[in-house]
Design a protein around this ligand. Structure first.
Ligand SMILES: *Cc1c(COP(=O)(O)O)cnc(C)c1O
Length: 367
């Protein structure tokens, strides 16, 4: 590599962030020690549990055991990992670190995850929309036409809500296209369902590559609020200036670290059964007379297009089965998204659909 990542990142980052000194918490400034009287903490222990005995202390800025555990799991270096309050905080911090309000823009490729646009709006950052093609892939000609003031390109793969991955070669072309001008963020919130397709292996090759991860999906820990940004150490260092001083609480760190080490097999088992249920649910949906299109899913949800979606959606609600209407998303008219859940939830969904079909039949007979 002839490119110096440092130059790219120094050029991309907001000028005021480049020169900014991060908040110096006592915990970040002074490691070790045994008598901690430097942070106005309460003395004594609050003995809830072995792993929670240190709640009187502020947590480490980036808890070592958690960073080690995630770096090991993801196959990257410790210094390439930033732990955040969910992947959503990663999105927010990236925008606040790299985009100047009322000047810079991000590119989003809808239909896609909604938080990129929301975080951009919250920081008065412009949004350039480069829709996915009819095949729901990246539109490379359109991406290459739009480069002025773009600081971040958000790509979601596997994409939410459509469920399939984007072509690897297109993502690489995008990394190349923006290699001197913008970060390319690949949101891998669902990558555990198809781990072989991760871009994490390419971090050292593309200094403008950023990967978002979360424990909210395959790890089944959405309530924990824990996610990770994987990127070059230059990028992580800049983001560390903007993120809150104690983003990860001690209990979150303890639970997340355990999920990533001792309990890693639980997640892998969940992925195996979800991928099996994905096949079952797809077969079931294919049998429905009202189905117009089933989208390929490499995730724990399935998008489908149907006739009479409003009646279907409402009937499910009446039966207590909640799914997501995606009709308002670009090019997703009459599309619904159902999460795969567990075997029991899938059975409930199926019987609710069967009852809906019965209702429809009865009403056609009457008229
Ligand atoms: C759920 C989701 C996130 C956010 O995850 P959290 O870690 O819960 O904040 C980010 N990106 C995509 C594509 C998601 O589906």
């Amino acid at each position: 590599m002839t490119d110096k990542p440092t130059n790219l990142i120094d050029n991309l980052v907001r000028k005021d962030v480049l020169n900014m000194v991060p908040y110096q918490s006592a915990r970040r400034e002074q490691a070790g020690g045994s008598c901690w009287l430097n942070a106005n903490e309460a003395g004594g222990n609050n003995e809830l549990d072995i792993s929670l005995s240190d709640l009187n202390r502020y947590p480490d800025f980036q808890p070592q055991q958690l960073i080690n555990a995630y770096a090991d799991y993801a196959g990257v270096e410790n210094k390439q990992v930033l732990a955040t309050r969910g992947a959503d905080e990663g999105i927010e911090v990236l925008i606040r670190t790299f985009c100047q309000s009322n000047q810079d823009n991000i590119i989003i490729c809808p239909p896609t995850y909604g938080m990129y646009a929301i975080s951009a709006k919250g920081h008065a950052v412009n949004i350039t929309t480069v829709p996915l093609t009819n095949e729901l892939q990246l539109d490379l000609p359109a991406l290459s036409a739009k480069k002025d003031n773009t600081k971040i390109v958000f790509i979601c793969s596997p994409n939410n809500p459509t469920g399939d991955v984007l072509n690897k070669s297109d993502i690489i072309s995008t990394l190349e296209l923006f290699k001197d001008s913008a970060l390319v963020v690949v949101d891998e919130a669902y990558i555990e369902f198809c781990p072989e397709l991760s871009f994490a292996k390419l971090l050292n090759e593309y200094p403008n590559l950023v990967i978002l991860r979360t424990l909210s999906k395959a790890f089944a820990l959405a309530g924990l609020r824990c996610g990770f940004t994987l990127a070059s150490n230059e990028i992580i260092t800049m983001m560390s200036k903007i993120i809150a001083p104690y983003p990860i609480s001690n209990p979150v760190s303890a639970i997340a670290s355990k999920a990533l080490t001792q309990n890693l097999a639980d997640m892998q088992q969940r992925v195996v059964s979800t991928n099996q249920l994905n096949i079952e649910l797809s077969e079931f949906l294919k049998q429905q007379t009202w189905l117009i299109k089933l989208f390929t899913s490499k995730t724990n949800y399935i998008l489908f297009k149907a006739n009479n979606t409003i009646a279907l959606f409402n009937s499910l609600i009446e039966q207590g089965v909640l799914i997501r209407n995606q009709s308002s998303q670009l090019s997703l008219e009459n599309c619904l998204r159902v999460s795969i859940g567990n075997a029991n939830e899938l059975e409930q969904f199926k019987s609710a659909i069967n009852i809906y079909n019965q209702q429809q039949e009865n009403s056609t007979c009457k008229t």
